[in-house]
Design a protein around this ligand. Structure first.
Ligand SMILES: *Cc1c(COP(=O)(O)O)cnc(C)c1O
Length: 386
């Protein structure tokens, strides 16, 4: 605009976006193109050799016996629940503060999501409220408590030891919605190995992303591995004709696997960079805003770096004016979505408060040190004028 000061023009000329996949593409393009070309030449577009190789690499990375490439993160959750035999009449306990797909997958297998509150400090499932919610469902007697689906929000693993203890007491299975946390860990145990079965996503902006839709299921249970492989391929056993159970079109494309193989080679370095940026933000902003807490021994994949501020909309518009991209994950808790409005409501005060206070800052691995400093300066300036 003509009225803008020279400084403002300069900032708007070099906006910092929340995600920047083009910089990563420029770094990796040669290798990715070569791998895609190989797929075009061999022509095995469905379950080709790249899928097989990627599955072995993902299992080795996460420390599980099996990894199965599937069509998306949402499909990974659906297929995992089908493999576990979850269906109508079953209660599946999910955190109320997460992406809508977590509950959507539950509804799509005919089961009923039960919303559980989260902890404000970690944004993740509150094991005490989980215990309460299971007790309520048991007392009501309409649904059978079957499954708990913790979400590793923003990349930070949920408190699996506490959740597993509650689940075991009530004889529930645990399925991890690890869509945002591939690369994260609790102690020496990586995401994928933190629950009996885990689902992750390779949506382009997730920590490990492909160039379209993709996902994976991770497990060390050979029976679940076999069931998942059948379900992702129309319920067929191996190359046989017979559908031995209900399945879906749920495979990971060979071309997406080829892209992921190239990105997996640099994934550890990218995780390091995300963590270094997050550490710089927390050090520089911790006195002004509530910064994400990562307990000693936990490692977040930092899919997102999310702070809490009382007037998040004002901060967001000031950052926008300063050329700093932000995102709101999530503006609504699950029970506030029209699609889930008919489900029973429990008190979910923390989830509702977080939905009003969160704002995510850029944390992608291609940010320069100069850009990290600009984000910090912009946040401090925006809050100083508040
Ligand atoms: C992204 C995401 C999903 C769904 O993954 P898609 O690959 O987009 O289907 C599910 N749960 C959570 C928590 C997510 O962030």
């Amino acid at each position: 605009m003509s009225s803008a000061s020279p400084a403002a023009v300069r900032r708007v000329d070099n906006p910092i976006s929340l995600f920047d996949l083009q910089r990563q593409r420029l770094r990796l393009e040669k290798g990715i193109q070569a791998r895609i070309h190989t797929v075009l030449e061999h022509g095995q577009f469905i379950l080709g050799p790249e899928v097989d190789l990627l599955e072995r690499r993902l299992a080795a990375f996460s420390g599980t016996s099996h990894a199965i490439g599937v069509s998306s993160g949402r499909d990974a959750l659906t297929i995992a629940m089908m493999a576990l035999g979850i269906g109508p009449g079953d209660a599946v306990f999910v955190p109320a503060f997460t992406f809508a797909a977590t509950a959507g997958a539950v509804v799509s297998v005919g089961a009923t999501p039960v919303f559980v509150d989260v902890l404000a400090e970690t944004f993740n499932l509150d094991a005490k409220d989980l215990d309460r919610a299971i007790g309520e469902v048991k007392a009501a007697g309409r649904l059978v408590p079957r499954l708990v689906m913790p979400v590793d929000l923003y990349g930070l693993p949920a408190d699996y030891p506490a959740i597993a203890a509650v689940a075991a007491r009530h004889k529930l299975t645990v399925l991890a919605d690890a869509a945002q946390s591939f690369g994260g860990a609790l102690g020496n145990t990586r995401v994928g190995a933190l629950a009996p079965i885990s689902a992750t996503s390779f949506y382009p902006t997730k920590p490990l992303g492909c160039y379209g839709d993709g996902g994976a299921i991770l497990t060390s249970d050979a029976g679940l591995d076999e069931a998942v492989r059948r379900i992702r391929s129309h319920g067929r056993q191996g190359t046989g004709d017979a559908a031995v159970q209900l399945g879906i079109t749920g495979r990971l494309d060979t071309i997406q696997a080829a892209i992921l193989l190239e990105k997996l080679d640099v994934f550890e370095a990218e995780l390091e960079r995300r963590r270094a940026i997050a550490a710089a933000y927390s050090k520089a902003l911790g006195d002004l805003v509530t910064v994400p807490k990562v307990a000693t021994g936990s490692a977040s994949a930092f899919a997102l770096y999310t702070i809490r501020v009382p007037d998040r909309d004002a901060l967001r518009s000031r950052l926008d004016a300063a050329g700093v991209g932000t995102g709101l994950f999530y503006r609504l808790a699950l029970h506030q979505h029209p699609a889930f409005a008919k489900l029973d409501r429990r008190p979910l005060p923390v989830s509702e408060r977080l939905a009003d206070e969160v704002v995510s800052l850029p944390v992608h691995p291609d940010l320069t040190d100069d850009e990290v400093a600009r984000v910090i300066a912009a946040v401090r300036a925006a809050l100083a004028t508040a």
